[in-house]
Write a protein that binds this ligand. Structure first.
Ligand code: XUL
Ligand code: CO
Length: 438
C-alpha cells in the first residue's frame, strides 16, 4: 500500500501471533478471530482520536511542538486540514482500524467569523465522507471543541454570558450536523470548562440549570433531524476547570436524573479521568454499567506519579482485563467503542511511533478480551460472587429483598436467631485466580 505520509509503513499491520518479534505486527489482535459470540473487531470497535493522533504536536506547558508532521506543512489552514484528513485515512487503513473520533475544530479550522467556521467544517465533512466511502472507515463519534477558543474561558454551556452560551449551542448544532452527515454512531459532550474556578463569582445552581437546558436543546434537535446516534457525556473531575460539574460517573448520573435527561444519555468513561477523580477505571465502568449507562470508553491511562491527564496508551493488562470483564458482562458497548484518547510521549517524534502506540493499545485490549472471556466462561469469579450473596435467595434474605418484611418483623426474627456467621471474602484467593488467567 502506498501513501504519502507514513512511508515507513508500506503494508497494513497484520496479525502474527504472540511469538512474533516484529514490532509492527499484532500479537493478540486478530480482527476476525471469534471470541464467544462475536469477532474481536466486533467486541472491541477500536477508534483513533483525531485530536491526538493527527493534530498532536508534542507541545506541552513547558515546550513547543516536538513533532514535525508532513501533513501540517501547508501554509493555508484549509489546505492543511485537507492534507491532515488524507493522512488520517492513510493511517487508519495502514493500521487496520475501523473507527475514528473528532472535535469539529480538529478537522476544520476556525474562520474569521462563525459562519466561515461552519463553512470550513462543511467542506471538510464532504472530504471525510468521500474518504469514509472509499475505505469503509466509520465515525464512532463527533464532538464540539468548547474549550480552546478564549471566548470559552469562563465556560461554554455554563458561561455567565448568554451570548457565549448561545455561540456554544450554535457550535454544537453544527457539530451534530457534521456527525450526522458522516453517519456518526455517537455524539459526545465533554465539558472541560463546564465548571468553576471560584465560588466567589459563580452561581453554581444557575450554571447547572443552564447546562441542563443546553443538553435538552441538543436532545430536541437530535429528535428533530432524526439523528439516531447515541448521546454520551464524558465525566472528568477537573482540568482545565478547577471543578468540573461532570465530576465522575455517579455525579453525572445524578445530574442527568435531577434534570430529567437520563433517558437520552449514556456515559463515555475515560480511564485517566477515572483516576483523576480518585477512582479506578473499573470502578467508573462498573458504576456506569450498573446503571445501564455504559455507552463507550476513552481508552488510555494516567501515570501513578503524575497528577494530571497524561493520556498515555493503555499498557496495563489488569486494567484492560477488568474493563473487558465489565463490558462482556453487559453484552458489549452497543454503538460505543474503545477510542484511544491517547498520545505518544513528547520524545516519540516519528510518525511510526503512532503505529507502535496504537498496536500496543489494541493488543492490550485484545488480550484483556481473551482473558476476560475465559474468566467468564469458567465462571471463575461470577460463581463465587453468586454464592457470596446466596443468603438473599431464601429465608430472611429473600423476604427482605422482596419487601415482604419490615423492621418490626426483622426485629422479631433476629431475636430468635444465634449470632450471624460470616463467610470469608477470599480476596487473595480470587487475586490468585485472576493471575492464573493472566
Ligand atoms: C479531555 C478529553 C476530551 C474528550 C473529547 O480530557 O478526554 O478529549 O474526550 O472532548
Ligand atoms: Co476523552
Amino acid at each position: 500500500m502506498s501513501g504519502r505520509f507514513f512511508t515507513k509503513v508500506q503494508s497494513p499491520i497484520s496479525f502474527e501471533g504472540k511469538n512474533s518479534k516484529n514490532p509492527l505486527a499484532f500479537k493478540y489482535f486478530n480482527k476476525d478471530q471469534r471470541v464467544g459470540s462475536k469477532t474481536m473487531s466486533e467486541h472491541l470497535r477500536f477508534s483513533v482520536a483525531y485530536w491526538h493522533t493527527l493534530m498532536g504536536t508534542g507541545s506541552d506547558m513547558f515546550g513547543s511542538a516536538s513533532f514535525k508532521r508532513e501533513w501540517h506543512k501547508a501554509t493555508d489552514p484549509m489546505d492543511r486540514a485537507k492534507e491532515t484528513m488524507e493522512a488520517a485515512f492513510e493511517f487508519f487503513q495502514k493500521l487496520g482500524i475501523e473507527y475514528y473520533c473528532f472535535h469539529d475544530r480538529d478537522i476544520a479550522p476556525e474562520g474569521d467569523t462563525f459562519t466561515e467556521s461552519c463553512k470550513n467544517l462543511e467542506t471538510i465533512v464532504e472530504l471525510a465522507k468521500t474518504l469514509q466511502k472509499q475505505t469503509g472507515v466509520k465515525l464512532l463519534w463527533g464532538t464540539a471543541n468548547l474549550f480552546s477558543n478564549p471566548m470559552y474561558a469562563q465556560g461554554a454551556g455554563t458561561s455567565p454570558n448568554a451570548h457565549v452560551m448561545a455561540h456554544a449551542a450554535a457550535q454544537v448544532k453544527n457539530a451534530i450536523d457534521a456527525t450526522n452527515e458522516l453517519g456518526g454512531e455517537n455524539y459526545v459532550f465533554w465539558g472541560g470548562r463546564e465548571g468553576y474556578e471560584t465560588l466567589l463569582n459563580t452561581d453554581l445552581k444557575k450554571e447547572q440549570e443552564h447546562i441542563a437546558r443546553f443538553l435538552h436543546m441538543a436532545v430536541d434537535y437530535k429528535r428533530k433531524i432524526g439523528f439516531d446516534g447515541q448521546f454520551l457525556i464524558e465525566p472528568k473531575p477537573a482540568e482545565p476547570s478547577k471543578h468540573q460539574y461532570d465530576f465522575d460517573a455517579a455525579t453525572t448520573l445524578s445530574f442527568l436524573t435531577e434534570y430529567d435527561l437520563l433517558d437520552h444519555f449514556k456515559l463515555n468513561i475515560e480511564a485517566n479521568h477515572a483516576t483523576l477523580a480518585g477512582h479506578t477505571f473499573e470502578h467508573e465502568l462498573a458504576v456506569a454499567s450498573a446503571a445501564g449507562k455504559l455507552g463507550s470508553v476513552d481508552a488510555n491511562r494516567g501515570d501513578l506519579l503524575l497528577g494530571w491527564d497524561t493520556d498515555q496508551f493503555p499498557t496495563n493488562i489488569y486494567d484492560t482485563t477488568f474493563a473487558m470483564l465489565i463490558i462482556l458482562n453487559q453484552q458489549g458497548l452497543g454503538k460505543g467503542g474503545l477510542n484511544f484518547d491517547a498520545k505518544p510521549r513528547r520524545s516519540s517524534t516519528d510518525p511510526t511511533d503512532l503505529f507502535h502506540a496504537h498496536i500496543g493499545g489494541m493488543d492490550m485490549f485484545a488480550r484483556g478480551l481473551l482473558i476476560a472471556n475465559a474468566i467468564i466462561e469458567d465462571k471463575a469469579l461470577s460463581g463465587f460472587i453468586a454464592e457470596r450473596y446466596g443468603s438473599f435467595n431464601s429465608g430472611i434474605g429473600a423476604q427482605i429483598v422482596s419487601g415482604q418484611i419490615g423492621l418490626e418483623g426483622i426485629d422479631e426474627w433476629v431475636r430468635t436467631q444465634p449470632a450471624p456467621v460470616l463467610q470469608s471474602g477470599r480476596q487473595e484467593m480470587l487475586e490468585n485466580i485472576i493471575n492464573s488467567y493472566i
